[in-house]
Design a protein around this ligand. Structure first.
Ligand code: GLA
Length: 730
């Protein structure tokens, strides 16, 4: 049905396959939000809105005879500033006369075929432009001479609606933008809703928290210059009683990698407003006449099928509409071994070749040379910024090293941390003005490194040239792109004093330009993102990298929580997961089962493994390749919550046609002489018959889902089971 306009009622309704979203050009031309939820056939849902004469909720001047009309109680598509609405704002700006005010009225709208585009920021894309419709509504403040353009794209089949915003100065004087939120959703009643977010810390990213809405402003955000380990630009609003399988759930995923903010305010009348966009902290952007500022995209989804239903919407959509890399769909990703936990920075070409030779026996297909190969880099106090090969370590040169690896029948990958510089580096000595340092103040060091001023064109060009030179010099198949600190000392020597409030955002714009210049010009290279693990794991980054390192924490039992939390929005195919020496008491078998909930690889010194261990690893790599299509392309189910007290953590991947499934269980807690426990499968065809691990017995899908699979309990701690469930062909 797409986008339907009713000229008479002045409603605009966006329809996806199962959802509807309605707005209306209402009283005094304010753009009212009317509905977001299951498909709604009624033409005009404004009957729901009852306005009363409320104390202390002011009325717009033009409606002075109607004391019942107040923006403070009006659901809106984009909340105004200083117009008697005291809830969280969508915009804060300073007009040329110094007034803080924006009063947007709908003046125009248009509907077009295809997906809108942003010039400065990454967005999702349409695989078929004819299947997507876009609505553009212009709100104008005629006193300020400022337009806010609201963009909506409707992905009907995917049940996804995206939103973005542009601010255009149509006047003759400069304005200062202080806050701009890309989405604003006003729920008429939110008192029985919960907010789910993914807070964490270094080594423990995206843990899951659920809190009931209470009467205050719940804020989720980052002011670290990156989307961060501490919070993630994704939230869910759901019914209080929503579970994995049932209940209304709304998802909001922001395509932005810098400071972000989501504010959810349950107001005095139990209305719930959610806004989400760039964090206004230290943000002040000058918009000159005729200039346009773009706010990042928010990808929104709604389902009544619970948290799993929401996860499936995002996984499916992000697997097809987010990243154009051929490694998303068309090319299987190789099993890799990474040198970091094998050697840290203590390696040379011979050691790497030896690791590769041993790894080859384990069925590994790609050797990744991590940090330590460039400049003067024997520890993390020096070298960053000097992106040329350290020939004291790589004595044969990069070209020859790659050739040796290729001769083994393996591919070669390399690590970069482009955004950083060490004080002890040739780059810093040549260009101390290229770092972010506040004049007259010693800069905050973190891992003993400083941050390059990515807002500077020269810095961007330097990085594009240097990184591309390495990538073009040898046969490089894979790149890991790291960033290992939060941003502080926000300052650009290239900007005048009054524009320093633009630097946080300009950093991100510069970063995207560098990524465009490196990643998009190397479509055959597989890129993996990393920020001390998963410190910048967001949808915008995933539009460049098909995969992201989940965490520096490789402990398989911690990984159960890390994978669980990450899976709420980001597909399993994006989750970088390796087997390492971390977790002494956990078997290689269990580590492999856990790493198969992701891209699967190794991060250990393969030369230290016994022949039996290498053989076991070969079997694991083969299994991963065998199950790749289910893991990467199937539906993912969280079967238990590792944050709850329980004895097992289980999850499942199910092929789209339900013909096959991989169900994994890790016993996390032993109970002496305990009760028999069962794991109930999901997503199978109830009427079909299945075998497990090629066994002779046959079970119906309904039995496996309702009676469950008995799990052996008298086993060593952290035992893992993997059940390959296969439909019996007639
Ligand atoms: C970060 C990454 C690690 C490794 C090191 C190298 O911590 O998360 O995987 O690449 O940097 O310095």
């Amino acid at each position: 049905m797409g986008i339907i306009v009713n000229e008479k009622s002045k409603t605009i309704t966006l329809h996806t396959k199962h959802t509807s979203y309605q707005m209306k050009i209402g009283n005094l031309d304010y753009l009212i939000h009317l509905y977001y939820g299951l498909t709604m056939y009624d033409a005009d849902l404004s009957y729901q809105i009852k306005q009363y004469d409320r104390g202390f909720s002011g009325n717009p001047y033009e409606s002075r005879d109607a004391r019942t009309f107040s923006l403070d109680a009006q659901p809106q598509e984009f909340s105004t500033q200083q117009q008697g609405d005291f809830r969280v704002t969508s915009i804060e700006m300073v007009n040329s006369d110094g007034s803080y005010s924006f009063n947007g009225k709908a003046t125009d709208y248009k509907i077009t075929k295809g997906k809108y585009n942003l010039e400065t920021l990454p967005t999702v894309f349409a695989t078929d432009q004819d299947s997507v419709e876009t609505l553009e509504v212009t709100l104008e403040d005629t006193v300020s001479s400022v337009q806010v353009i609201l963009l909506y794209s409707v992905f009907e089949e995917a049940d996804i609606i995206t939103r973005a915003v542009k601010v255009k100065n149509v006047g003759k004087e400069n304005i200062q933008l202080k806050k701009i939120m890309s989405t604003c959703i006003d729920f008429l009643n939110g008192s029985d809703m919960d907010l789910i977010s993914l807070p964490g810390r270094y080594g423990q990213e995206r843990q899951v928290e659920r809190q009931p809405m209470t009467h205050h402003i719940h804020t989720i955000g980052s002011v670290r210059g990156t989307s961060s380990h501490q919070q993630n630009p994704f939230i869910i609003l759901c019914d209080r009683n929503a579970t994995e399988d049932y209940g209304k759930c709304y998802g909001f995923s922001l395509m932005y990698s810098g400071n972000f903010l989501a504010e959810a305010e349950l107001d005095q009348y139990d209305q719930l407003r959610l806004v989400m966009g760039i964090h206004p902290k230290q943000f002040s952007f000058e918009i000159k006449p005729e200039e346009v500022f773009e706010g990042p995209e928010v990808v929104m989804a709604f389902t009544t099928k619970g948290l799993t239903g929401l996860t499936h919407l995002y996984h499916d959509f992000y697997r097809s509409n987010l990243c154009k890399s051929k490694f998303v769909k068309d090319v299987r990703r190789p099993v890799l071994i990474n040198s970091w936990e094998a050697a840290f920075m203590d390696f040379d070409d011979v050691k790497l070749v030896n690791i590769a030779k041993a790894a080859k026996k384990m069925g590994v297909e790609l050797l990744v040379m991590d940090d330590g190969w460039f400049g003067k880099r024997d520890d993390d106090n020096s070298g960053l910024g000097d992106w040329y090969v350290n020939e004291e370590k790589i004595k044969c040169g990069l070209h020859k090293l790659v050739e040796q690896i290729n001769d083994l029948g393996m591919k070669f990958g390399i690590w970069f941390e482009p955004e950083m510089v060490s004080e002890d580096s040739n780059l810093y000595r040549a260009h101390p003005e290229w770092t972010m340092e506040i004049p007259g103040r010693p800069a905050v060091r973190s891992r003993n490194q400083l941050v390059l001023d990515m807002s500077r064109r020269e810095v961007q060009d330097y990085l594009i040239e240097k990184v591309n030179a390495i990538l073009d010099d040898a046969n490089i198949y894979y790149v890991k792109w790291d960033i290992n600190r939060s941003l502080a000392d926000i300052w650009s020597n290239a900007q005048p004093a009054e524009k320093q409030g633009e630097v946080y955002h300009r950093y991100i714009l510069g970063l995207y330009r560098v990524m465009d210049g490196i990643i998009k010009t190397h479509p055959d290279i597989l890129f993996e993102g990393c920020s001390g693990g998963g410190g910048r794991y967001d949808a915008a980054m995933l539009s460049y990298y098909p995969q992201y390192w989940v965490s520096d924490n490789n402990h398989p039992i911690d990984r159960l929580k890390l994978h669980y939390g990450t899976s709420f929005v980001y597909p399993v195919s994006t989750m970088g997961a390796h087997i390492s020496d971390t977790g002494k008491f956990v078997s290689l078998q269990t580590k492999a089962v856990v790493a198969m909930c992701g891209t699967f690889g190794y991060e250990l010194d393969a030369t230290h493994l016994s022949e039996e261990e290498q053989e076991l690893c070969r079997e694991q790599s083969d299994l991963f390749r065998k199950y790749y299509h289910i893991i990467f392309k199937g539906d993912y189910y969280r079967l238990s919550n590792p944050f709850m007290v329980g004895n097992m953590t289980a999850w499942q991947h199910v092929a789209k046609d339900k013909s096959e499934s991989l169900l994994s269980v890790v016993v996390t807690n032993l109970t002496c002489n305990g009760p028999q426990e069962y794991i109930k499968a999901k997503g199978l065809d109830p009427a079909a018959l299945y075998t497990i691990n090629d066994g002779k017995e046959v079970y119906s899908g309904s039995a496996l889902m309702n009676a469950g699979i008995p799990i052996e309990r008298e086993v060593p701690e952290y035992t893992a089971f993997q059940f390959h469930i296969q439909m019996v062909k007639e």
